[in-house]
Design a protein around this ligand. Structure first.
Ligand code: NCD
Length: 308
């Protein structure tokens, strides 16, 4: 049972609990009208200490489409945070009003601190360069709905693997399936953090390679997970400018890929996927964004213990 639980990182749910969420998301996609009153009378708080479009909107749209209501802020300077309130006090106060909360914060571990200060379910919507588990639910649902299964796939992660929290969460989540291989495509400066390499990949005996060339990697992949270079986490602008356009996926490069490969991107995109790729049937990033709302509907219902 997921009722009352938190989602702070991808491993918080077992594989069968994830399946339950994906099955419910599939049912909601099939028959959304059936769920329009599922969360009547319930309130979701969205506490966003960092900018967001998709994640906040998709959570808010998810709750509204379930008949629930929302409160929250997207600009911490307009809340008591600006007066110096601690995360623990903010969440304890929010718990007086809401049934569950979603938090995005620039500091790693902030949603965990919040979760430890309340009995209300807390969902991590991205903490610094660390984890982003609900983006992972979105990514996994999209892979499941297009490729059917997670076992025996080769996943290429390309771009900013150092600061890209969505990649860290995705690798962690996929490491539990059978025979998943990774091709990690990045410039030297943006390679995945040591803790992901050692504690997730090597420790679990997962096959992976770290390469520079996207062209070389493309023919092997079943999933290409593109990412934006995370400008806001760089210490100096020069490095960002030098690295931001290292990889640009365009039509000629798509010719090197398998016919059934899918292209995912958590969005927002900057330059890393040329707009011309959008019309390729393998480009799944906008479908993925839509799946994000449905999987969050399933997550909200599950944490509130609402059957569907
Ligand atoms: C991602 C994030 O916030 O980490 N965006 C999102 O939630 N869809 C990716 C990014 O900002 O590059």
């Amino acid at each position: 049972m997921l009722k009352g639980r938190n989602l702070l990182e991808p491993m918080d749910f077992s594989l069968s609990e994830l399946e339950e969420i994906f099955d419910l998301a599939d049912r909601i996609i099939e028959e959304p009208a059936k769920y329009v009153h599922a969360c009547d009378g319930k309130l979701l708080a969205t506490l966003f200490y960092e900018p967001s479009t998709r994640t906040r909107f998709s959570f808010e749209a998810a709750m509204l489409r379930l008949g629930g209501q929302i409160i929250g802020f997207s600009e911490p300077n307009s809340s008591s945070v600006a007066k110096g309130e601690s995360i623990a006090d903010t969440i304890k106060t929010v718990a007086c009003y809401a049934d569950l909360a979603v938090m995005r914060h620039p500091k790693e571990g902030a949603p965990k601190v919040a979760a430890h200060s309340t009995d209300m379910p807390v969902i991590n919507a991205g903490d610094g360069g660390h984890q982003h588990p609900t983006q992972t639910l979105t990514d996994l649902l999209t892979i499941r709905r297009t490729l059917g299964d997670f076992d025996n796939i080769t996943v290429g992660c390309c771009g900013d693997l150092k600061f890209g929290r969505t990649v860290h969460s995705l690798i962690k989540a996929l490491s539990r399936y059978k025979n998943v291989k990774f091709v990690l495509i990045s410039p030297e400066e943006l390679r995945i953090p040591e803790y992901v390499r050692k504690e997730i990949l090597i420790k679990n005996g997962i096959e992976f390679e770290e390469v520079r060339s996207m062209q070389e990697a493309l023919p092997k992949l079943d999933v290409l997970y593109m990412t934006r270079v995370q400008k806001e986490r760089f210490f100096n602008e020069e490095d960002y400018i030098r690295l931001k356009d290292t990889y640009i996926l365009d039509k000629p490069k798509m010719k090197l890929a398998k016919e059934k490969m899918i292209v995912l991107h958590p969005l927002p995109r900057v330059n890393e996927i040329a707009v011309e790729v959008d019309e390729d049937p393998r480009a799944m990033y906008f479908v993925q964004a839509k799946n994000g709302m449905f999987v969050r509907m399933a997550l909200i219902m599950s944490l509130l213990g609402i059957e569907g």
